[in-house]
Design a protein around this ligand. Structure first.
Ligand code: NAD
Length: 379
């Protein structure tokens, strides 16, 4: 059972799918692990550390991947990279299938079993494997740090001999995993924090962190949560009412962190150009939904722009800006899942295709796209 880890090819991606800690544990489960030289350098992990954990270093990706039964990745690898892996090899990572159906079909044609960790069910057993949570939590934290770094005032109230400085006002839009961590981080830095979400369950969570909850709480709001705990697409009428409420609120904010996402769809547009123009110069917006198109009309994904003195930070992969921590948690998520795929006495892969974790995450198998959400991508 050979497990391969290669250096990420996606531009600016400094995370890695395994750390010396998880490599050691994979070897303990009976695997041999090949790591491409330099795979960990973006996360400050040296080749020597992987080697000390028991991995074999490979000079290049084809050598690492040759004969692999499992490939652990952060981003979706190109199907062309996987020529040398064993037939049916598992390719496990954040494969980001929505909008990339042709690439998923290519993985099917390459004969690999592509496993998309984003689809891990949010059940107790799988919490330890939840890459969306581990990475969103870090994005929420880092988003506030990025805002504080460009904000040209202090965040906390300061009572000094030279007088009192008022605290900054921070508003978090979308109070899921990233948003709740953003609230907690902004509070820790001393800001006065408010937040909004379309899910009613978020209200109590926001308030328990000491932030004020701002939302139109009508009948639609009370029904706005799917059985899986995700947000529903809201009606145009609700969005208009909510926009009016938030528009008045945003005009008074110093820092706005947006995190609103709806699985499988473009990010909802929450902040218009006019709302940005209502903010005081020096204010900062961090759009954590930039990679999904952004919650802010003026966001340019991957860039920092200024409009009328308001800075709009549109970094994609904000968690990847603290790659060492992000890799540490991501690698543990993957290890926890791989553990469920291995027969520990026989020390070989023994996949239970009926396991709900496997059924939910497997995109391709035996040359076909098998995931129900992507059945139409079958070539
Ligand atoms: P997400 O990343 O899909 O979305 C971020 C937030 O944006 C969500 O809270 C969503 O409600 C909100 N949102 C969507 N549209 C909005 C709009 N128009 N205006 C304002 N906010 C909007 O969410 P997430 O962080 O993945 O969390 C989704 C749910 O899953 C939450 O209920 C969370 O508690 C739950 N969860 C459960 C587990 C588990 O049980 N293992 C783990 C993590 C998260």
């Amino acid at each position: 059972m050979k497990i391969a880890i290669v250096r990420e090819r996606f531009e600016g991606e400094n995370r890695v799918a395994a750390t010396p800690e998880t490599v050691g544990k994979l070897i303990g489960l009976g695997a041999t692990v090949a790591v491409e030289r330099g795979a960990g350098s973006g996360s400050r992990i040296t080749d020597a550390e992987y080697e000390a954990a028991g991995a074999t270093l490979a000079a290049d990706a084809p050598t690492a991947l040759s004969g692999a039964d499992v490939v652990l990745t952060v981003r979706r690898p190109a199907a062309s990279m996987l020529a040398g892996v064993n037939p049916g090899a598992l390719v496990i990572g954040a494969l980001d299938p929505y909008g990339n159906e042709a690439d998923i079909a290519a993985l099917a044609q390459a004969g690999v079993t592509a496993v998309s960790m984003e689809f891990m069910p949010r059940i107790t057993r799988a919490q330890v494997m939840d890459i969306l949570s581990s990475q969103a939590n870090l994005a929420g934290y880092q988003g506030v740090i990025e805002a504080a770094a460009v904000f040209d005032r202090a965040l906390p109230m300061m009572m000094t001999a030279a007088g009192t400085v008022r605290p900054a006002k921070a508003f978090v839009m979308g109070a899921g995993v990233a948003g709740l961590q953003a609230i907690a981080t902004a509070k820790r830095l001393g800001a006065v924090v408010s937040a909004t979400d379309v899910r009613p369950a978020a209200k109590e969570q926001v308030e328990s962190l000491g932030a004020k909850f701002i939302a139109v709480e009508d009948e639609e709001f009370r029904q706005a949560e799917t059985a899986g705990g995700y947000a529903k697409q809201m009606s145009a009428e609700y969005q208009a009412k909510q926009a009016e409420l938030t528009a008045q609120h945003i005009a008074k904010q110093d820092i706005v962190i947006t995190t609103a996402l709806i699985p499988g769809r473009a990010a909802p547009r929450l902040i218009s150009r006019e709302m940005v123009e209502s903010m005081a110069p020096g204010s900062v917006i961090v759009d954590l939904a930039a990679e999904r198109g952004g919650n802010v009309e003026l966001t340019q994904p991957g860039r920092v722009v200024e409009h009328n003195g308001v800075t709009i930070i549109g970094y994609t992969n904000v968690q990847g800006r603290i790659p060492t921590t992000a890799s540490q948690l991501y690698a543990r998520n993957l290890l926890a899942f791989v553990e469920t795929l291995i027969d520990k006495t026989e020390k070989r892969l023994a996949i239970n295709w009926d396991d709900e974790l496997v059924k939910a995450t497997v995109l391709t198998r035996d040359g076909a796209v098998v995931h129900p959400n992507f059945a139409s991508a079958v070539p």
